[in-house]
Design a protein around this ligand. Structure first.
Ligand SMILES: *Cc1c(COP(=O)(O)O)cnc(C)c1O
Length: 401
């Protein structure tokens, strides 16, 4: 059967507006479309393809586990899930893991757990969830309401209650909002979708102190920042603030859908048998692949490599900006970088992304003012150099237009 981009408009619900080209194959940080054109991939499946496309180790484990055992449901446990959980606990603050299939589901579990923990240990009035403006936590109705962009949560009828939003990086405002009614704070330790905003380290430490003062749980949404993305296995390790609950997805499966919620023994005990669940969550195929991703990423030389690649990106992007004067700031951490557009180009991030695509380079945006790069953590330096040469042509074309 022949399909092309116009088939999308014929048969797909119109909630997305994908690029005109249709990718058919990928290898490392290169992708080919239906016409055989080659692209450099700085989008990384939105911070998912941590090891690029078709990494040999991931192809191996997919084939190995794929010819052994795919799925059981949670009526039975399985070896890959237990091994992955053990490795996640050994590598982080956590004692216990719950598996889901996506970031939103991991966050849904975290929020439900926080509410149940408050009910178990305090009272039913302790139900307030505080999160941050411009934050993003997924698209289920609970998580999208906790997210800080009303445009995403409006228009679907009555929202889940007990949720309020604070300004990111504003400790004073948070201190005023918090009380004994506060059940949990949910925050990204580096805001991704909201514009690649790196918080003040003092703010993150202050949030932890306020949570301790008011007996509220601190939930770090590391769906985008986790699994080596910032040069640390998890971003919390870089700011030296330990959450009570952490969620991880995106890069965790390297392209295979999986999500996880990590927490301590004391908090985990509130998810008693029957309180929560997922049919696919923790299935052996997803867990075997994620286990291999973790094995490959969680090595000192790979994590150090992420910071070296960041330096290369910043050096070349700085030169592009010296020449064309389009960015007000190049920000972010590791392989999660944002170029914030200056006033002259305000609101035009999409134009730059489309121009990059025309130059055969794939990138992302984070709102209307930020161009976002979230490439493979092991992208070869020559692909960074070639991709940014193509990006420079794209910038030149927008500036000249
Ligand atoms: C992408 C993202 C999510 C949602 O993950 P899905 O897998 O799309 O459900 C949640 N939180 C953050 C910080 C994200 O970047």
């Amino acid at each position: 059967m022949q399909v092309n981009r116009s088939t999308f408009d014929d048969v797909m619900v119109p909630n997305y507006n994908p690029a005109q080209m249709v990718p058919v194959r990928g290898e490392g940080s290169r992708v080919w479309d239906q016409e055989g054109n080659e692209y450099i991939d700085f989008a990384g499946g939105i911070a998912v393809n941590a090891l690029g496309h078709c990494h040999p180790e991931l192809v191996n484990v997919l084939q190995e586990q794929g010819s052994k055992l795919w799925h059981l449901s949670n009526v039975f446990t399985n070896e890959p899930a237990m091994r992955l959980a053990k490795k996640l606990c050994d590598a982080t603050f956590a004692d216990k893991v719950y598996f889901a299939n996506s970031g939103a589901e991991a966050n849904e579990a975290a929020l439900k757990l926080a509410r149940r923990f408050a009910l178990d240990h305090y009272n039913e009035d302790k139900d307030q969830i505080i999160s941050f403006k411009q934050g993003f936590h997924g698209r289920t109705f609970f998580t999208v309401t906790v997210g800080g962009q009303p445009a995403y949560s409006d228009g679907f009828g009555p929202k889940p209650g007990g949720i309020v939003h604070c300004e990111y990086n504003n400790l004073e405002m948070l201190a005023e909002m918090m009380s004994e009614r506060t059940c949990a704070i949910m925050m990204e330790p580096l805001q991704g979708e909201g514009g690649i905003i790196v918080p003040d380290p003092a703010f993150v430490k202050g949030v932890r102190e306020l949570c301790d003062k008011h007996n509220a749980l601190l939930i770090f949404d590391e769906v985008q920042s986790g699994v080596g993305r910032t040069g640390y296995l998890y971003a919390y390790m870089g700011v030296d603030v330990t959450p009570d609950i952490l969620t991880t997805a995106k890069s965790l499966g390297g392209g295979f859908p999986i999500g996880a919620m990590l927490t301590t023994d004391a908090i985990a005990s509130s998810l008693k048998p029957g309180t929560h669940g997922s049919t696919y969550g923790g299935n052996p195929l997803a867990c075997a692949i994620a286990e291999r991703v973790l094995d490959v990423v969680n090595k000192p030389e790979v994590l150090a490599g992420v910071l070296k690649k960041e330096a290369l990106f910043r050096e070349i992007l700085g030169k592009i900006n010296d020449k064309y004067h389009v960015f007000s700031e190049i920000r972010g951490k590791g392989m999660l970088l944002g170029c914030a557009l200056n006033e002259k180009y305000a609101g035009r991030s999409r134009d730059f992304m489309v121009a990059a695509n025309e130059q055969h380079m794939m990138c992302l945006i984070a709102g209307v003012n930020v161009i976002r790069f979230a490439p493979s953590l092991v992208i070869p330096d020559e692909d960074i150099i070639e991709g940014l040469a193509r990006f420079e042509k794209a910038v030149a074309s927008v500036v000249a237009a």
